[in-house]
Design a protein around this ligand. Sequence first.
Ligand code: SF4
Ligand code: SF4
Length: 401
Amino acid sequence: MHTALSPEFANSARGRRAGEILRKCVHCGFCNAACPTYQLLGDELDGPRGRIYQMKQFFEGAAAGDAMRLHLDRCLLCRSCETACPSGVQYGELLEIGRAELEEKFPRRAPARAWRVLLGRVFSSRKFFAALMRVARACKWALPKKTARMIPAAQSPTSPAPARAPHERKMLALAGCVQPALSAGANPAAARVLDQLGITLFEEPAAGCCGAVQLHTSDLARGKAAARALMDRWLPHLEHIEAVVMTASGCGLTIKEYPLLFADEPEYAEKARRIADKTLDLCEVVARELPRDWTPRAAPKRVAFHAPCTLQHGQRISGVIEELLRRAGHEVCEVRGAHLCCGSAGTYSLLQPEIAARLRRDKLAALGAGRPQVICTANVGCQNHLAAGADIPVVHWIELL
Ligand code: SF4
Ligand code: SF4
């Protein structure tokens, strides 16, 4: 697509990168068919092709306004359109540049800005979020039914910590910010399975959020600050570990993309590359390490797996977890429209609650079609969002191994 950047954007690195991506788009519209918001709202401006066109106009010098913001805000950043695009348009990167530039040139009104900053702060602080969840659980009875359903019951880890002495092979896990309070079983279950495979999984307790929450709310400065702090905590461990294992695919994608985020910061670009090179999703590790003659221990169940967008479209990992679940003896149900987002999308379910609720309703109908006993997924956000509307348990897939 021919693109003539305005002088302001032609003279900035971010503007030139946006121009490069825009030029790859041939405006064919194949991506629209894969887009959840286009399917739901039926408006060209709420599909990837329309959003790309709005960003092109903005980068060419057209005035930005609330209308453009509305359509960019409604994007889930699920990147289903990237998977569908035959021209390799890096839509996710373009949207992140577009949103960041829009925030700078056309700032939101103060209350909306404050709400986003608050969300970023609350969700990225493990201690504060855990305390908030304790209070919310205690007051659940007094909350409106809709809000109360968003607060999951306290989960005690289903897997005890491995009792044996540490193995020689070691891997590092992200303790996470919201995961300990919302999906307490995930990391202990990962440690149990890896222990059976001769690997010790440990956490660096002082390491905080990966920055994904702030980046999702277009708060680039705070997102990068969180990422730098995490890298500095992790770097001393890198020599002694085989891999950084991610049990939440959203955080995994963020960390795998640190090199892109820090491309223009010489001091952190190398650190980002070293950490990203060692980062693997948990399913990549288990699939690689599981011996052929492995004997499953879990009782077989009928399971529906929800593939998070950050896993299938962001990290381009598909079918691996379903295969592991089958190897564990479970019956895995077919899920129609498995490429579509469930509506969680980081903080999206709080910022765009109506669209998120409609996407969840459709996703739960697709997941429930095969009459599963349990739904599982690979990202804490999807797990909690789906659980708020599901009438069967929603767990992390590793808890079923
Ligand atoms: S993003 Fe890709 S699929 Fe969508 S209109 Fe552009 S070239 Fe076509
Ligand atoms: S990222 Fe998802 S919601 Fe956004 S345009 Fe692409 S397919 Fe649509």
